[in-house]
Design a protein around this ligand. Structure first.
Ligand code: LLP
Length: 386
């Protein structure tokens, strides 16, 4: 099942816009659910940060998947989309009192806590309300992952989580707090990981840590959360429209030693939404430089920042040209020299007005769009709208 583009319908729509193939999203959700259900106690939470478009969230929530949030706004978006509060987890190093209070009042499942001052803040706010908050300590596993430096999060010098050596101390603090219940440990090593060895390395760290906690404190926690990170194939979106969830869940099932009854949580973002979305744009001008040809499109780095920010590769297709390939830099209209989607790329000869698709943009595309240069935020069109 590859992504479908109703090009004729696109002709009447103002560009740029994000286009989402709902059938592919649904097929992806079905696969995630089916593959996770092979194992007892596996729970998937969708990482809302990847795409918080409310209509997509509703489809995802209807699939019965929980939510992983990193702000009060995301907690609200999850609840508005119909995700039950007891399937919402809330992570992040900088949760404000307002965000914590809102989440306590909503009765979310768990706070993934990242520091002692944050633990103190949750205790105080839970005490004020006379409730007990469930928390999981986010542990920095110090596992390097094979991905871009800006999106690896599990190394010791990262701002995320508490270090391995500090965990004992942190648990001591939590145990003095009557309004907190420690229910789990949380981990996340990075994003866009295609090498299963990275997840195996994480499993080994968790196994060690679980053994240590059992030996030194007699502690077995009911929940382990391994974060997200499963990557997608930006190079071949049509050949690999649905990520290999089978191998992903099997990797955890085969390598992680869970205690009897222990529940395993996943926070998948990109792998669920990336391939069903594309940024649709028109060629505004074709410009010849001295030795380069530029396709200047009407989408810019403000609509999709991944190439400018991470040097990320996205396939770019001309949806209407059947001419032989030319070689182009595809650039946006924003007044920044980093407003470039790709350089020296072979794309069929393109004319002014041609419609192009920037592929695999369903994750961290629309969600990271901004209004620089007084540009309008990109609209979203779902296949079911047409
Ligand atoms: N859980 C935690 C704690 C996270 O920090 C993240 C992503 C996820 C789950 C979801 O990871 P995923 O399954 O999507 O890999 N903007 C970047 C990616 C940033 C990822 C941040 N954290 C990009 O466009 O590549």
């Amino acid at each position: 099942m590859k992504m479908q583009f109703p090009v004729e319908a696109f002709a009447a729509i103002e560009t740029p816009f994000y286009y989402y193939d709902v059938e592919l999203l649904q097929a992806t959700l079905d696969t995630v659910k089916r593959e996770a259900a092979r194992y007892e106690g596996f729970h998937v939470h969708y990482a809302i940060k990847a795409n918080f478009n409310p209509r997509l969230l509703e489809i995802i929530s209807k699939a019965g998947i929980g939510a992983d949030c990193v702000s009060g706004g995301e907690v609200r978006a999850a609840l508005n989309a119909g995700v039950p509060a007891d399937k919402v987890v809330f992570a992040g190093v900088g949760k404000t009192d307002k965000e914590i209070a809102f989440s306590l009042d909503a009765g979310i499942f768990c706070f993934n806590v990242e520091s002692v001052p944050e633990i103190e803040a949750i205790e105080r706010l839970a005490a004020e309300r006379g409730v007990v908050a469930q928390i999981a300590v986010r542990v920095n596993p110090n596992v390097g992952a094979h991905t871009h430096a800006n999106i690896t999060t599990g190394l010791a010098e990262n701002k995320f989580g508490v270090n391995y050596e500090q965990l004992d101390e942190v648990i001591d603090v939590v145990e003095t707090m009557p309004h907190l219940k420690l229910v789990g440990l949380h981990f996340h090593i990075g994003s866009q990981l295609l090498v299963m060895d990275d997840f195996i390395a994480l499993c080994c760290r968790i196994n060690e840590l679980q053994e240590l906690l059992l030996e030194t404190r007699g502690l077995v926690l009911p929940h382990i959360n391994v974060g997200g990170g499963l990557g997608i194939r930006y190079d071949f979106p049509d050949k690999y429209p649905i990520p290999d969830f089978e191998a992903y869940f099997a990797t955890y099932a085969n390598n992680l030693k869970l205690h009897p009854g222990q529940q395993l949580h996943f926070e998948l973002g990109r792998s669920i939404v990336a391939q069903c979305g594309a940024l649709i744009t028109r060629a505004t001008y074709i410009k010849s430089g001295t030795c380069k040809q530029f396709i200047i499109v009407d989408a810019g780095m403000n609509d999709l920042i991944r190439p400018a920010l991470y040097d990320a590769y996205h396939r770019i297709e001309n949806l209407v040209s059947d001419k032989p390939d030319g070689v182009y830099d595809v650039v946006g209209p924003v007044c920044e020299s980093s407003d470039v989607f790709c350089k020296d790329r072979r794309i069929p000869v393109t004319e002014r007005g041609d419609i192009l698709a920037i592929r695999s943009a369903g994750a961290y595309g629309e969600a990271m769009a901004f209004g620089y240069n007084c540009r309008e935020l990109p609209k979203a069109v779902l296949s079911t709208d047409l």
